[in-house]
Design a binder for this molecule. Structure first.
Ligand code: TRP
Length: 337
């Protein structure tokens, strides 16, 4: 039987953080190492440009940073084709055809896009490319005939919209495209809160821990985490619910018994925030140390990283061009023999 195809990616607008790690990177590495899938991971620079058209420098730099983050978490170019979206012309061509199968009202209803429009205060001056990026994402996914899309929970609407486009296309032109399915993070880890207690960890809110943070930075950030604002004296009882230190321990800690003990102690009183945070630092550092070490190794040789991306993009082009031909054939947009 043919292997199932996995396609996924990230917008390069900065470095990746531990939210990305639990939300999707760890699933991708796991799937890669199962050896059961044909794996593609894409750096979505075209999508990043939809709201950064005047900051191409940021996007360009972030492409390398995201590639380093991928290698650092253990994506292996021998097992996973890592490539750059803009270097695959077929994706833009497919996007042109699919744009005609979607209406503006449907795009405006996409919950993730809707939330972003609000967050970025776009209103009616939204770049057209931004409003339509879910269509471009459908092109990414269908170009590879991907079956499985490991992403964070916020990407569910993109996959739903892709499925609709696949159904419209196949209904209109014949069965060419494949309906994908999302692979989402384990329960409760889809959205990890920020250091400040904000529901979302995000670069724009400045409340993240990057995979690339060094030990000092990590320690400072851990010490700044929102705990229980009413827990002023070590001896008084503290709250565990809504306490971000415990949220992170639940996600990253392996020693569940010890964490339960700490929770009981904190609730009882007598466990200080600094002691607790020192433990969280150890837990996080154990996860991040190998990632940081690999990242430092690869960042010494950016030329090799670009070479890897070039090879990956060549491979991705072969696959996407094949689908594009089938699409044009099905639509009758093929004029010459
Ligand atoms: N939308 C994703 C993000 O916000 C990036 C992305 C672009 C993507 N194309 C994709 C993810 C295709 C999965 C599949 O980071």
């Amino acid at each position: 039987m043919d292997k199932k195809i996995v396609l996924t990616g990230d917008r390069p607008t900065g470095k990746l953080h531990i939210g990305h790690y639990v939300g999707s990177l760890s699933n991708r590495v796991k799937m890669q190492n199962q050896g059961l899938y044909e794996m593609y991971v894409m750096i979505a620079d075209l999508q990043a440009l939809t709201d950064n058209a005047r900051d191409t420098e940021k996007v360009r730099n972030s492409v390398l940073q995201v590639a380093l983050d991928y290698l650092a978490v253990g994506l292996d170019p021998e097992k996973t084709t890592i490539f750059i979206q803009s270097q695959i012309p077929a994706l833009s061509e497919l996007n042109m055809y699919y744009l005609n199968l979607v209406n503006v009202a449907r795009l405006e209803r996409n919950p993730t896009v809707k939330a972003e429009i609000k967050q970025k205060n776009f209103s009616r001056s939204i770049p057209a490319g931004f409003l339509t990026y879910p269509v471009s994402q459908a092109a990414d996914i269908t170009a590879f005939k991907a079956n499985l899309i490991p992403v964070g929970d916020d990407q569910e609407p993109m996959i739903e919209q892709t499925r609709e486009i696949v159904r419209s296309f196949n209904g209109a032109y014949g069965n060419v495209l494949v309906e994908p399915e999302g692979v989402f993070p384990p329960n409760g880890q889809g959205r990890i809160p920020g250091l400040d207690g904000n529901a979302k960890m995000s670069k724009s809110l400045g409340n993240t821990i990057y995979l690339s943070d060094d030990e000092d930075t990590l320690r400072k950030k851990v010490m700044s985490i929102y705990t229980d604002p009413e827990h002023i004296h070590i001896d008084s009882p503290g709250k565990v619910e809504g306490n971000i230190v415990f949220t992170y321990l639940d996600i990253f800690g392996k020693d569940k018994e010890k964490i339960q003990e700490l929770k009981n102690h904190y609730k009882r009183g007598g466990l200080g925030d600094v002691t607790l945070k020192n433990y969280l630092f150890d837990v996080l550092n154990e996860v991040l140390l190998p990632i940081r070490t690999r990242r430092e190794f690869y960042s010494k040789n950016p030329d090799a990283v670009y070479e890897m991306l070039k090879k990956g993009s060549e491979k991705a082009n072969l696959k996407a061009n094949k689908t594009l031909l089938e699409v044009k054939e099905a639509m009758g947009v093929n004029y010459f023999k």
